[in-house]
Write a protein that binds this ligand. Structure first.
Ligand SMILES: [Zn+2]
Length: 239
């Protein structure tokens, strides 16, 4: 092992002491909190490499988007669900940061996100943020922004309330539930900007659509793109 890989291994075990978050395996010498096996078997979508992809199509006719992408697929049965769960509820913000760097690098290399001006995490309601202690989408957005060489904006839009529980509601009810969730408090800051909205998981997309439409209603000359870390397998009918 070279000195550099030794150093990376030490750093990795320091940052991710509990082993691979997906399979529990040994993470020494690997990056992003997952073991080398999982690193190579992660079900990446490659959506960020093309303009037309299932994430973008998902919002067609609902929100006009410049680009849209998701990084990897997850299904409720898959172990990759655990990764999302850990960084959403397990306090493992370092995972969000680490995956944000990886995803951000891919977005940069695709060239499709070059003219993004600002990166914005989906705002959490402040009570939820206090309860959880952090906003995982913020860590994700900040790492992506760093890789793209762009600033983040966490202040121009505010969230009024949490989404109500959605598991039993119908699709129509879900969309009605997320109306007026957000308001733009500083439209000037967003005027004329290409804004990349970042969220952890894309399932129905209702929250992201609500955020995008609130921005476009207040800032008609803004342009919107979307990047989510994970996407439900259902999005392209694969499962
Ligand atoms: Zn693993």
């Amino acid at each position: 092992m070279s000195m550099l890989s030794n150093l990376l291994a030490d750093l990795s075990s320091l940052l991710f002491p509990s082993g691979c978050v997906v399979c529990g395996g040994d993470v020494s010498g690997s990056m992003h909190g997952i073991c080398t096996m999982c690193r190579y078997s992660i079900p990446l979508t490659n959506f960020w490499k093309t303009e037309d992809n299932p994430t973008k199509e998902h919002f067609a006719g609902i929100i006009p988007l410049v680009q849209a992408s998701s990084f990897f697929y997850f299904s409720h049965e898959s172990q990759w669900r655990m990764l999302i769960h850990r960084f959403k509820y397990g306090g493992e913000w370092r995972l969000a940061e680490s995956f944000g760097r990886w995803y951000g690098r891919e977005l940069r290399e695709s060239g499709l996100y070059d003219d993004v001006d600002v990166v914005m995490p989906v705002p959490l309601h402040f009570i939820k943020a206090i309860k959880r202690g952090y906003n995982q989408s913020s860590y994700l957005a900040e790492s992506i922004a760093r890789e793209l060489g762009k600033p983040t904006d966490r202040r121009s839009v505010r969230r009024h309330r949490n989404n109500p529980p959605q598991s039993r509601s119908s699709m129509g009810e879900r969309w009605a539930n997320v109306e007026n969730l957000f308001s733009v408090v500083n439209p000037k800051a967003l005027s004329g900007k290409h804004i990349l909205l970042v969220d952890d998981v894309l399932t129905t997309g209702a929250t992201l659509a609500s955020l995008a439409s609130a921005i476009l209603a207040s800032v008609p000359d803004a342009r919107i793109s979307i990047a989510t870390l994970a996407v439900s397998r259902k999005i392209d009918g694969a499962k």
